[in-house]
Design a protein around this ligand. Structure first.
Ligand SMILES: [Zn+2]
Length: 137
């Protein structure tokens, strides 16, 4: 199967297309011909990454780590308050200065919107594309 796209997300319980078990943490794979399959993480490992060489595995793990990092950032930003942000801006992946506490944005809300609507989705997309490129098929 030639893979066009892989994405990971949480959903209401659905069935894994491989083993039939109920899954919430879903790996959605779109094949080159447009076919979409949903796998639980165990089946994703068994079907997609277990047979790879060590070098390929390392690349795949780097991409998976980047995806997890940005998924975590998404969760942080969804509940982040302005106070918490100003106390620890460096923690949230944004270059902040005293003069421009919200970087290129005018306000915290604008910055938050940009993080959640632009930066984080773009970074996740890039890491997912990197993951697909790391797979030999
Ligand atoms: Zn399964």
């Amino acid at each position: 199967m030639k893979i066009r796209q892989i994405s990971f997300y949480r959903s209401n319980p659905i069935r894994c297309d491989c083993c039939g078990q109920s899954i919430r943490n879903v790996c959605e794979i779109t094949a080159a011909d447009g076919t979409i399959i949903h796998l639980g993480h165990d089946c994703y490992r068994k079907q997609i990454t277990d047979g790879l060489s060590q070098l390929q595995k390392t690349k795949v793990q780097d991409a998976e780590r980047a995806i997890r990092h940005w998924e975590d950032q998404k969760e942080v930003w969804e509940t982040l308050t302005e106070d918490a942000y100003l106390k620890a801006a460096w923690k949230y992946g944004v270059q902040a200065s005293e003069e421009y506490p919200y970087g290129a944005s005018e306000s915290f809300e604008e910055l938050r919107e940009w993080m959640l609507q632009s930066l984080i989705p773009a970074r996740i997309k890039r890491a997912e594309a990197e993951l697909v490129r790391s797979l030999p098929c």
